[in-house]
Design a protein around this ligand. Structure first.
Ligand SMILES: [Zn+2]
Length: 358
């Protein structure tokens, strides 16, 4: 690929909708946090190399389950306000450095209460720090609280009540995530989605990170009607589901590298992005986990351009569509859309060819 294309990807103001806070723990940050905890989580202090191997995927894995094992150390270390604030700040600044102008960061507040923090304290710490980092770094940030597939319905409903006061104060949406192999059926927790909707949260749902998940995906999307789906590339196998997503304007927030690392597809060529775009399904591109996948959003754009999954003007269109589906207040969205359109207005490579006259 020519250098100018990669440079343009890096320079573009980008929108990222699918990003996990706990997938952004840097090895050096983990070493600092471990030392401050006097290494009580480990038998002996780890070297940088050892910590890196536990936080950053270095080779393709066999499954989503294996990918999720990389969240063990973040789960151990991110148990204090200071740790949560630091990782939030680092992630916002990292996104700013990659010219991401808007991002939604998601995390499961209840996973950070093992050592005494309340859900409320967890949410306050992440919200406050993301607001202040957002102002300093010039990135607009909204947060999404995640209910867990592996938690009981009671636990997930309790979280909803605890986070409800923060809705509209930086916390915009609710997600449902976790190991699909262990808890495949989100429909068992339909009450979680109903209550989240009642409370006014925008809803997204992690789904389709396992091979052959298209039928289950269709059922869950039809019944739970999330505004967006985290992943779900297997929808490409089901034309009826594609039509449904198109009609409902339900967006798939795709993370190709993450799915490759989880063994879902062998390479970028076989990832069904192009089919989904051609089928008119709303899709956006994200990294999922910036440190765990060792990936910037620009890197991901370049990966997709390199194999011809998309061209530059399509990428830009997906970027604008992502903003259109963001869990962001309409006035802010309109302001940002104006900024993005102005930025691209004198770059012919980013303009879509005019539609064919009928
Ligand atoms: Zn995800």
């Amino acid at each position: 690929m020519e250098r100018w294309m990669a440079d343009l990807c890096r320079a573009m103001p980008k929108v990222e909708l699918h990003l996990h806070l706990d997938g952004a723990l840097r090895p050096k940050t983990a070493l600092d946090l471990s030392a401050a905890r006097q290494w009580r989580d480990f038998e002996t202090p780890l070297s940088y190399r050892q910590m890196h191997s536990k936080l950053v995927v270095g080779h393709p894995l066999a499954s989503q389950g294996e990918l999720l094992s990389y969240f063990e150390i973040p789960g151990l270390l991110l148990q204090t306000e200071e740790a949560l604030r630091r990782i939030t700040r680092e992630l916002v600044w990292e996104k700013a450095a990659d010219h991401v102008c808007y991002c939604e960061i998601r995390w499961a507040p209840q996973l950070h209460t093992a050592e005494g923090l309340t859900t409320r304290q967890v949410v306050e710490a992440v919200l406050e720090e993301s607001a202040s980092a957002s102002r300093q770094a010039g990135v607009i940030v909204r947060l999404i609280a995640v209910g867990m597939r592996t938690h009981s319905l009671g636990q997930n409903l309790k979280m909803l009540e605890e986070i409800a006061p923060f809705r509209g104060k930086g916390l915009a949406g609710v997600d449902f995530a976790g190991p699909e192999a262990k808890a495949p059926d989100a429909l068992e927790q339909e009450a979680f989605f109903l209550r989240a909707r009642e409370l006014g949260f925008a809803i997204t749902l992690h789904c389709g990170e396992m091979p052959g998940s298209a039928p289950r995906l269709a059922e869950q999307i039809r019944q739970l009607r999330p505004a967006r789906v985290a992943h779900g590339p297997g929808s490409a196998e089901d034309p009826v589901l594609c039509a449904f997503l198109r009609e409902q304007d339900a967006m798939l927030d795709l993370c190709p590298t993450s799915n490759l690392q989880a063994g879902l597809y062998p390479d970028y060529e076989s990832y069904p992005l192009r089919q989904l775009v051609e089928a008119g399904v709303p899709v956006s591109i994200s990294t999922d986990d910036s440190v765990l996948s060792n990936l910037t959003l620009s890197d991901e754009y370049i990966n997709l351009l390199q194999v011809g999954q998309v061209d530059l003007s399509t990428l830009w269109r997906l970027n604008l569509n992502a903003l259109g589906h963001a869990f962001l207040e309409p006035e802010e969205k309109a302001r940002l859309l104006f900024r993005l359109n102005s930025w691209a207005s004198n770059i012919p490579e980013l303009q879509s060819p005019p539609a064919e006259l009928q």
